[in-house]
Every structure is written in C-alpha cells, then in structure tokens.
Design a protein around this ligand. Sequence first.
Ligand code: C2E
Ligand code: MG
Ligand code: MG
Length: 709
Amino acid sequence: MAKTSLMIVEDEVLVARDIKSRLERMGYEVIGTATKGLQAVDMAINLRPDLILMDINLRGDMDGITAAMTIHETYDVPVIFCTAYSNKAILDRAKISEPYGYVLKPFDNRELEINIEIALYKHKIEKDLRVTRQQFKVTLTNISDGVVATDATGKVFLVNPVAETLTGLPSTHARGQSLSKIMQIKDFETGEYFTDFQEKVLNSQDYFNDTRLYLVRADGEEIPVEISVNFMKEDEGRFEGIVLTIRDISKQIGYEKTISYNALYDQLTNLPNRALFMDRLVYSVNRTKRGERHPFSVLFIDLDEFRLVNEGLGHHVGDRLVSMIGERIGKMLRPEDTLSRFSGDIFVVLLDPVTSVNDVTMVCNRIQAAIAEPIVIDKQEINITSTVGIVINNGHYQVPQDLIRDADTAMHRAKSQAPGSYMIFDSEMHESVLRFMEWKNGIQQAIQDEEFEIYYQPIMCAKSEEVVSMEALIRWNHHDFGFISPAEFIPIAEKSGQIHQLGEWVLRSVCNQIKRWQQTEVGNIKVAVNLSAKQFESDIPQLITSILMETRISPSSLGLEITEGTAMRNVDQKIIMMEKLRNLGLEISIDDFGTGYSSLAYLKKFPIHTLKIDRSFIMDIQKNLDDLAITQAIIAMAQNLRLKVLAEGVETIEQLQILRDAGCDYIQGYYYSQALPADEIQTFIANTRGGRKVSYLRQSAVKSHEFQV
Ligand code: C2E
Ligand code: MG
Ligand code: MG
C-alpha cells in the first residue's frame, strides 16, 4: 500500500527537518517542505499531498492561515496547523480556514500522529459524504418523479425540479413553507379539496401508497398524480420527517381513457358499442322493475343486402356506409335515446321512455326513411334499405338479453316476410321462440342420451329389382314421444347450428355401418347421406376425408344427397364444393328434384351423378297428366345429360310400371320398403337377391307421416 504523503510548511529550517525525520520514522512520506506561504501554495497544488502540516506564523509574504485558504480554493486537502502561540485572535482566524487539527509546539510524536490520523479519517468521511450528497443531488434532479421532503412538523426543506414544475413553485419559494401551503390536493374520485392534507400525510403511516389524487398547480391547473409517502426515522426510531414522491399520471390517465373508450365505443362510428348499450338497457330494465312504469322500446335495425356492398364495392365503402348511416339514425333520435352499433351492419336503438306504440313506429319510419335516402360514396350512389325488429317493454321483461333476442327475432321475421319493413315482437313470436328453445334443448339432450338412430331405405334397380344402394335417414327415438320425423327437427338443428354435430355423427355412423356390412353377406353396398345447406358452408370435404380415413372405407361406398334448393343457392360456391367432393371419389345426387328452380343451365354445370325426382310428382302420376309429363321430361333431360334418374316415394306397382316405361333407372319407396334399421337390411337384401318378387313389406312402427311430437 502506498504511504500517506505529507507536506511540511515551516519557516524554521531546522524545525522543519526535525519534523520531517520524525514523520518519516512514523511511516509517512514527506514529499515536500516549504518555508514560505506562496511557495507552499505552489508546492501543494503541484504535489497534491494527502495532508499538510502548516506553521501559522510564516515569515514573509503570506502567513499559514492565508496559505491554507488559498490552497483550499484549488484543492481540497486536510491541513493541520502547528504553532507555538495560541492567542484567541489567531485561533479565530484559523477556524475560518476549516483546519483538520491544531497542534501546539512543541508536540510529541504520539500527539502528532494522532492528530494526523484523525485529520485523514475526518477528511475521508467528509469526502465520502460530499460524494453521497452529490449523487443524491444528481438523482433528485434527474428523477422523473417529483420529490418533496419535510421535517416532522411538515416544514418543507427539499423540493426537486420535477416537484417545482408540478407544484408550479420554485424551490426557493417552497422551502421553509408548510406542506399544505405548497401542495393543494383534491380527491381523485370526488374532486373535493383535502383540507387536512398535511395532517393526513404526517399522521397516516400507510395511507399514501401510489394514491391517485389531483394536484392543483399554482396556476390552477389540475394534474392527476400518484403520491407515495415515506417516513424518515433516525436510528432510535424518532420521526424526523417525510419524503413525498409525486408522479404525474396525465399520460397514463389519457391511455386509460382511450382504452375504456374503446371498450365502450365502436371505433368506426364512435357510437356506443354492445357493452355500453347493454349497460344502459340494464338500467332501463331495472327502472321499470322498480315500478317506474314508463314503457321503453328496443329497435333492432339490420341493413338489407349489406353484404353485397362489401362484396361489390369493397369493405372501405361498406365501412363508410355504416358510419354515414349511423349518423343518419342518430339525427332521428332524442338526446335521451341510445344508438349503438352492435356489429357489422346491425344498429340497436333504445328509445326510453316511449308513450305509445305509435310513437315507436313513427321513429322507426323516420329511421328507415333516413337510411333509404340515396348515399353517395366515391361518386357511386348507393341505395340501401333496412329491416327493423321492435320490442316494447311495459315492465314484463326482467332480463335485458331477452329484449335483444326478441327484437332480433322480430327483425328476422320481418326480413323473411318483407325485407325493408318493420315488425313488432308479439306473443305469437314469443311462443315460437320458446318452442325453438325447447326443441334446441331437446336435440342437445337427445345427442347426449344417444336417442338418434339411422335407418336405411333400399334403392332398387328399376329393371332387375335388386338393391343397388341405400339412403341413410336419421330417426329421433324420443324417450316420451317415440319417433320424431327429421322433417321436423332437421330445420331446427339447421337454425341452431346443431346440424354440424348431428351431420358429422350421421356421416361417421354410416361409414362405420358400411364397414360392418362389408364383413357380412351384405358386402359392398353404397349408402347415400343427406347433407344440409349449412353443412356446405363448413369444410365438408375435409370432414369427409378424415371420416373416410378413420373408418377405412372407400369413397365409392359413400354417396351424398343435396336438395335442389340448397344446390341453387350460391351456385358458384356450390359447384366448387361439389367438385372437391367428386374429386374425392364421391357420387352426388340432387334430392327433391323438381321442387325448386330446376335450372337446366346450372344442372349442366353441376358435377352430379343422379337426379332424384321428388315424391310430389310420383304420388299422383297415374292420375295427374301434368305430373306424368313433368316426370317424363325430367327423365328424358337427365338421359340427355347422362345422369341417372331415381324416383322417390314409389308406393304402388302402377307407379313403378309408369316409371319403368319412362326409362327411370332407380326406384325408392314404400312399394319395396320403408327405411329399415341396419340389422334388418341383411334379410331384406337376401330376400330380394336375384330380383325375387318382394313380399317383404315391412309394417314397422316407423311411418313417417305418423311421427308426432
Ligand atoms: P329426403 O332426403 O327426400 O328423404 C326421403 C323421405 O321420404 C324420407 O322421409 C323417407 O322416409 C320418405 N319416403 C321414402 N319413400 C316413401 C314413400 O314411398 N312414401 C312416403 N310417404 N314417404 C317416403 P324422412 O326419413 O322422414 O326424411 C325426411 C327428410 O329429412 C329427408 O327427405 C331429408 O331431407 C331429411 N333428412 C333425413 N335424414 C337426414 C340427415 O341425416 N341429414 C339431413 N341433413 N337431412 C336428413
Ligand atoms: Mg334424401
Ligand atoms: Mg327427397
């Protein structure tokens, strides 16, 4: 370790030499000896000793005290004065130069060493303290929080620059004042002034911990802040004062406001969104529940064919249209009403209060008229109408969601009957909603309880009278009501979306059954499954592919039936889908043919295999010449297109004969068999093998026209 370096200032050369040799014996290094004041200053600045032993009484230009003070101006070094006299005047002057020690000559070695060590130690401590203080100051100046410190009585002794800005008071002004003088505080929630802020701060130990408050600046501006208080205690635990940190949260509050705005308002139209609307609706419902019997009304507004705008003119036009229509509707309402954009092109209005039904229909007419006015976007004129469902609450609604549900139902009713009109929800609709809910729940339960079964109706070759394939028909064997016709529950399952689950179950069960039959005498038999329109909207090729792989049956064993009505809606999309299915190796039949558009042009484009003539033409074919003519025409046309023809619902030998004569390929109907449970199929096939005349007409419990709920 380097030795401590000392400098001696002593005008008596002999004394200086004596001191030097004594110091060196003590282990110090004496790096310089000066005899005059000015010389001492130069030497100290050049050599930078760790400590200076300074004689006060120096002969010549400058005495020791002045020399020490001059040195201190440039450089901080501990100085110990040594002198032979100690009169009061000299001592007083020496004090001003902040000496680190004072030894009277003559001194002994021990005394000198103690003085030097104490001086070095004190100097080091003071230096450390200065560094700490400097660091503290830099921290306080640069910290992004405001800091205010007070003593135990609340008198401010420190204010950093950020706190100066936040309070609007310069620290020179704030220091020495009481805390309550420099900080005006308001409650964040109530906005009321804190009259006892200082007391609260000084007395409550944990009250302020990132507490949100408003700080009122000297110029009156209110700044949202978070304030924390820390208590300063000295070692013995005595309360010395507090340090308050103040964080400006204006920006954060801004973000929070944006976030909560976005949570409640629709960004496109700036209208309340569904969440905010429901909030207001809850309030209205509760008000009528409390017996304040002002009726109110909910209008569910849907733009007609809005999809076409989006598809034809692009989403940016669709968006602008929606926001312009939002403005138009808003102009038709009173300030107390709420207009919300629920989703896409659906606006919902809360008219609260209303005095009569007439009131509501008048507003509705005004809204529909405003929407129907031509709108010009990008130089294009757009004409759009809207359909509205209306619910009026006289206090009989308890659940806000029910109002929305019923307004939605009324809107859909109106749309299906006359797009562009409005409809008020009534008890009949209510009944049908309830029925729908009951059915829907019943279907769900039945899926769980495995009440669904699949029956198979044989399809015969008209010529050979052998079974060529089968149609899978779903049956609901209800635990209370017995068999329920698919004609009843399939439309409900389609509306509720349950058809996806049911349809998948049918496909999988049929494929499994095909697999089982392959291992019996039945052998390879093709089975057609009915697909509903909804299933075509999902990725049905993917589903079928995975079921075929899972059950390991060939695609040629599975056929698909889609009704003419389904095929003719969104034809292009249907063609793409059918092509995918055909490419998988599946044969597709058009079901119930003749009941829909029967568009020949489309029929040509469809990648189909068979036409199934609807039962309604077959029923009276013996008596009704029109039906006969239509059936013959369908068969001729199908042959032209190289399609196979199947007649559905053949019940008599006469019907069979006519169809055979007309060249119909396949026959399906009660004449041969009703739909049978899987385990009866084997017997049926055995009995008809080789075209043996069928005496096997099953009198089963399953008569489709007898299915009753
Ligand atoms: P569909 O596909 O046209 O099926 C033929 C319907 O006619 C079946 O009624 C069948 O039992 C009945 N039928 C067959 N031959 C005769 C006959 O000679 N006389 C009479 N009076 N009726 C006959 P079902 O089984 O009640 O099915 C009704 C409809 O339900 C089906 O019409 C089909 O559209 C639908 N469906 C049945 N199962 C399913 C399924 O698994 N999925 C889907 N999406 N729909 C299905
Ligand atoms: Mg069918
Ligand atoms: Mg059919």
